[in-house]
Write a protein that binds this ligand. Structure first.
Ligand code: ATP
Ligand code: MG
Length: 330
């Protein structure tokens, strides 16, 4: 059963992974409307629920082990569903173990530092899952599409030539490799929305009063740069999907399917870490036995020395009786 689930997850996410070293042309290589033929909308809620429980389980072990951390980078154009994805996929996961950081236009303090500085400050700790809602990849996306944004970065003369993007890809790959080698697993998700679906979602935000707040005038302005963004995303995917920090392109036109894909990818990545609850060594075992003896000695007159142990024994004997009966009837 567990093996079947792992196989299904692997099969689901394989076509979404950008193989390191392959050249990506978004419009040609990835369809925003793609859906795996073996996943059906009617099963969507149940599948997502299964993914969420799996994530909860892994997250608990990740925190207990306190050795690895996981960083999830989410990139997308407006209205692709970043916020909703985070909300749905992380629902039910212990909020103490998950930290979401959103990155907006940099402040003047941030612009006074190197371009990775603000992202480094928000990295997850060991045992934590960090989610970057927009990430250091903005530094090769919005910054590339709008040259005036680059101008504000106060770079020294001679560092803004044509080779700047190739250099940034290398620097980002190196930074991520350093993190990966030090116990931080990185997974990068690009929610790939079609231009027509974005148009419809923007209109929905105009037409429905309680969605009005979601649409900023800037969103429509950015849409005019659609083609430039497609090129910037394609280049980013081509140059920064690595063995240690792969990109996945999530078809985002169907929200329910996108969420299933994201939860499957996160579960798969955590399965790769395979976090374990710490085991108890002999010294700790002795401590536990001593504490037990002490607490049992404090039992009030007439009370069982360990009521909890009584319950465990009762449960075990009930299970045994049920198994015996089953065997007897079969
Ligand atoms: P939502 O609209 O759902 O609240 P959002 O991530 O779109 O979420 P906004 O405040 O609308 O948040 O937009 C953030 C803006 O910040 C985006 O236009 C993005 O391109 C911009 N931004 C992010 N990082 C950088 C950066 N390093 N340099 C310049 N602009 C950036
Ligand atoms: Mg926005």
């Amino acid at each position: 059963m567990v093996q079947d689930r792992a196989k299904l997850v692997a099969e689901l996410i394989e076509p979404l992974r950008v193989k390191p070293g392959t050249k990506v042309t978004l419009g040609k290589d990835f369809d925003p409307g793609y859906k795996a033929r073996f996943v059906h909308k009617k099963d969507g809620t149940e599948l997502l629920q299964a993914g969420v429980s799996l994530l909860c389980e892994y997250q608990d072990k990740l925190a207990a082990q306190d050795t690895w951390g996981m960083l999830v980078c989410l990139q997308a154009l407006d209205a692709a569903g970043k916020d909703g994805t985070i909300r749905h996929v992380m629902s039910g996961v212990n909020p103490q173990g998950v930290h979401v950081s959103s990155f907006k236009v940099p402040s003047s303090e941030e612009l006074d530092h190197d371009y990775l500085w603000r992202y480094a400050q928000r990295l997850p700790a060991r045992g934590d899952i960090g989610i970057f809602n927009r990430s250091h990849y903005e530094e090769v996306l919005v910054v590339r599409v709008h040259p005036d944004v680059l101008d504000r970065q106060k770079l020294p003369p001679g560092t803004k030539g044509k080779d700047i993007w190739a250099r940034r890809y290398r620097e980002i790959n190196d930074w991520e490799r350093f993190l990966a080698e030090n116990g931080f697993k990185i997974v990068k998700l690009f929610l790939n929305l079609s231009k027509e679906e974005q148009r419809i979602r923007f209109l929905k935000r105009v037409d429905l009063p309680d969605k009005n707040w979601k649409l900023s005038p800037n969103d429509a302005k950015e849409r005019a740069f659609w083609d430039d963004y497609q090129v910037a995303f394609s280049e980013m995917l081509t140059h920064t999907s690595t063995e240690w920090a792969p990109w996945y392109v999530i078809p985002a036109d169907r929200k329910w399917f996108a969420r299933i894909c994201v939860s499957a990818i996160l579960a798969h990545t955590l399965a790769d870490i395979d976090p374990q609850y710490p085991t108890v060594d002999a010294a700790k075992l002795k401590d536990l036995t001593d504490v037990k003896a002490l607490l049992e000695g404090e039992a009030p007159a007439g009370a069982s020395p360990d009521p909890f142990e009584d319950e465990l024994v009762a449960q075990a004997s009930e299970t045994q009786t049920r198994t015996d009966n089953k065997r007897h009837h079969s």
